[in-house]
Design a protein around this ligand. Structure first.
Ligand SMILES: [Zn+2]
Length: 234
């Protein structure tokens, strides 16, 4: 317990000292919202690729709301601490929680957005548009296995990983490349690496700080301390 407190305190101090904080999120942040796993053995996308309907017990993704993990990252944005957010998730919860689109890379696309094949612009699915203003076709933005990742998102992610002095992984097992190359890029650039994930990752022995606890038990508490250090009160 004491060890847990010490690590929370260290994370808060590193957040305080950081000049270029990059947060990297994976499915683990959204499962705490009750979202079904998309890519797992019985995940929605795995099933869809096999031509099966969504698992019967799963809630519709539109009904899923951001949780304390998502909201805490928005707080880091509001405090001017977050310089960039890289996500492997397609569930739209970061944008729904209030993350600025220009601070976000969605490496695997977004279930609520269409993408222009010509200019790369993203449009809400709900607009029911079929062509972009530039004349390009609008297609689903979600990237399936084997398809190339969106260029702008990928480029910005590597750029910010290289600039980062603190790189915080939240709920990813860091096994899907090229996303998993980003912590390595950050380490090469001299950043401190923090991993908050309930399962093992290939980067665990390189991490400067490691949390195996739930995201909701780590991130909100560290940011609360950070706020106090910055002289801000809830
Ligand atoms: Zn376009």
């Amino acid at each position: 317990m004491e060890d847990h407190e010490n690590r929370i305190q260290t994370l808060a101090e590193w957040l305080y000292e950081s000049h270029h904080l990059v947060v990297f999120t994976g499915a683990g942040i959204s499962t705490e919202s009750g979202l079904p796993d998309f890519r797992g053995p019985d995940g929605m996308w795995t099933r869809r690729d096999k031509g099966l309907p969504p698992p019967p017990s799963s809630r519709s993704w539109e009904a899923v709301e951001p949780n304390s993990g998502h909201r805490t990252i928005v707080k880091l944005q509001a405090m001017g601490k977050l310089k960039f957010l890289i996500s492997q998730n397609v569930d739209n919860l970061h944008l729904k929680s209030g993350i600025r689109p220009d601070l976000l890379a969605e490496l695997h696309g977004n279930i609520a957005k269409l993408r222009c094949t010509r200019c790369g612009k993203k449009v809400d699915k709900s607009t029911a548009m079929t062509a972009c203003e530039c004349g390009g076709d609008l297609v689903r933005s979600v990237v399936n296995f084997g398809e190339s990742l969106p260029e702008r998102d990928l480029m910005l992610s590597f750029e910010h990983a290289r600039k980062s002095d603190l790189f915080v992984v939240v709920g990813s097992s860091l096994v899907v490349t090229p996303a998993a190359d980003m912590p390595a890029e950050a380490l090469r650039a001299g950043a401190k690496l923090v991993i908050i994930n309930q399962g093992e990752t290939p980067f665990d022995r390189h991490a400067h700080l490691r949390f195996g606890e739930r995201i909701g038990d780590v991130l909100p508490r560290a940011v609360k301390r950070l706020k106090r250090m910055m002289g801000m009160f809830e």
